[in-house]
Design a protein around this ligand. Structure first.
Ligand SMILES: [Zn+2]
Length: 232
């Protein structure tokens, strides 16, 4: 797969349904680059890095997690540079790390067929267990980064998918990375209407044009809001 260019500073590596791989975002500042989400496994992360190298883009110095779910975070142990998340995302990853120590690999693969497909193609998982790591840098509520003439705002927000969503706003580009924030809860995909409305209100207040969800094609801000606030 090849990177998709969104603006002069933003690209993404496309999502894949088969293995439930999310998009991996890339923001290029004048001084350093940032990735959105670490990848489903180290193979996903390394595939993304090859795609960056192929077009001459430097590897990200910072990776920001949109939330803790395995398809976004379990490639973290292979990332270049440091990883940032909100504190709650770290807490969930710590909990999962504990869960993984108390279970076996088969229990992990049995959580979802997409996880099984992500790992089975590559190796004997019993010899190469999943490695769960936690982020290096933590924030609560909000954090502002500047990659070099490229301010990037991280916003911890209430959302229907999980209780640890981070929105990533690339301000000058007017692009918002949402992760899975607008989705329902795993595995029923039910959506709490109050949290949907709250997220719609948050998005409405942001000065963005393009919304990038992890498992969908890009949408406009209005399309995103309309999805979250269906006509009664
Ligand atoms: Zn998720």
């Amino acid at each position: 797969m090849e990177l998709v260019k969104v603006t002069d500073r933003i690209w993404y590596y496309p999502f894949e349904k088969e293995r439930d791989r999310p998009i991996l975002g890339y923001v290029k500042g004048d001084d350093w680059s940032l990735a959105v989400d670490a990848g489903h496994s180290k193979y996903h992360t390394l595939e993304f890095y090859s795609a960056l190298e192929k077009v001459g883009l430097p590897l990200p110095s910072i990776t920001v997690l949109t939330h803790w779910h395995w398809d976004h975070s379990f490639g973290m142990w292979k990332i270049n540079g440091k990883c940032i998340s909100n504190e709650r995302t770290k807490d969930h990853l710590m909990e999962f790390k504990k869960w993984y120590l108390e279970h076996d690999t088969e229990d992990f693969l049995a959580l979802d067929d997409c996880i099984r497909r992500e790992y089975k193609e590559y190796y004997d998982i019993r010899k190469n267990p999943v490695i769960v790591t936690v982020p290096d840098i933590l924030f609560t509520d909000e954090m502002l980064l500047d990659a070099g003439n490229c301010p990037i705002r991280l916003l911890q927000t209430e959302a229907p998918h999980t209780d640890d969503s981070t929105l990533i706003v690339v301000e000058n580009e007017k692009v918002l990375f949402l992760g899975d924030a607008a989705g329902g809860v795993f595995p029923t995909w039910e959506k709490d209407p109050v949290l949907c409305r709250k997220l719609a209100d948050t998005i409405e207040g942001l000065d963005v044009d393009i919304c990038l969800e992890s498992h969908h094609f890009p949408q406009t801000k209005q399309e995103m809001i309309d999805d979250l606030r269906p006509v009664q």
